[in-house]
Design a protein. Structure first.
Length: 88
């Protein structure tokens, strides 16, 4: 597993969590963040739904993709860069 973060244009940070598994079935990618959708044999399928709710509540975006080299998948999300508050 690899976790990375990078500042991207427009005042955003993009975080990526990559694995080296078999990837995600392309037919499942559009529904991956819906409640009770899972790619595993066990589980409730709400983990990514909760993640989506949290990311979007902070103004960000989350998505999944298969790694271009064919090995594994990547969940990416963006969040706005925190700005220090100016004391009055």
């Amino acid at each position: 597993m690899e976790i990375s973060a990078a500042q991207v244009e427009g005042g955003w940070v993009e975080l990526a969590v990559k694995d080296t598994g078999i990837g995600i079935d392309p037919d499942q990618l559009p529904d991956l963040f819906e409640p009770f959708v899972t790619t595993k044999g066990e589980g409730t399928g709400i983990g990514l739904t909760i993640s989506k709710t949290i990311v979007e509540a902070h103004g960000g975006r989350i998505w999944a993709e298969n790694n271009p080299d064919g090995g594994g998948a990547c969940i990416r999300f963006t969040l706005p860069v925190a700005r220090p508050e100016v004391a009055a």
